[in-house]
Design a protein around this ligand. Sequence first.
Ligand code: KG4
Ligand code: ZN
Length: 342
Amino acid sequence: MTEGKSELVLGIETSCDETSASVVREGREILSLVISSQTDLHSRYGGVVPELASRAHLEALMPAVEESLREAGVGLRDIGAVAVTRGPGLIGSLLVGLTAAKALSFALDIPLVGVNHLEAHIYAVFLEHPEVGPPLVAFVVSGGHTVLAYMPRHLEYEVLGETLDDAAGEAYDKVARLLDLGYPGGPIIDRLARQGDPEAVRFPRALMHDGTYNFSLSGLKTAVSNYVRQARASNRAFRVEDLAASFQAAVVEVQVEKIARAALEKGVGQVVIAGGVAANSYLREKLKERLDRHGISLFYPSIKLCLDNAAMVAALGYYLLREGKTSDLGLEATAVLPIGSP
Ligand code: KG4
Ligand code: ZN
């Protein structure tokens, strides 16, 4: 790797329903970020259809890579390494990104860096907040994952807890579908909840004081479903805004409790939330309120970098590259890949 170009990393992300490419300098400065979303393709099914996702990635990826280079004002020869999401995610979708990344690495004779998508979500925060860094507690919460982790140093993670059933985003999406609100449900429920009363219906706060850092949302989802069914059966009217706010409060209260407890136990001064559900305005507000009381700072990415994107992949890729943690062309896609796995 020659000096100068080694600092530019091309990131590629295709783990779910966003095809994204990005050029990032020194893990910090985003020169370009292209995101091609498949939301419209999947919306009528109320969730991501894996087969459709892989095909759409195949069509969108190379144009996205080309556009990211153009936007950054660089050529392929200027790129020092290619970082790609290797998991977790939809296997067929991951394979599209991995195959392209391997081809680029081989053809350009530059290092290939396989990246964990969940860890990359955390690095999205460092992109926008250079003052933030380990030791910290991170909460990665998205459509597929809910993980609370302690990060003592860069690239080191200790999983404290995770969901025992549904991911938080999945629960938001399922409740939105139950109420015929549209997809993805998270942002819609977030918006409706602002006009609702969070105390209108008292839904269960599962595992709130169980002494672990785990989460469980399937009971809450069932409780909302039962409430709606009974209300409809008895022709009892309810405000969907109140239901959204009450559901959201039940989700967020448990999250705030566990995140704050983890931060206090680990004695950190910084908490980071990342992933699609970290865009939730109620979570941001309530968690900040709680952490402020203990003098702990809260950081999260802008909405754009909360959602799946290749800039976070390139950012983490740079840190891995610096530590010599590169991959060979045998790198495989992995559907299930916990934070901190080798
Ligand atoms: O990280 P992401 O883009 O993709 C995954 O890796 O899953 O997260 C998407 C998830 C969806 O479930 C969506 O409903 C949820 O994030 N989401 C939200 C909000 N914005 C997106 N959930 C709650 N409140 C929001 N404002
Ligand atoms: Zn994600």
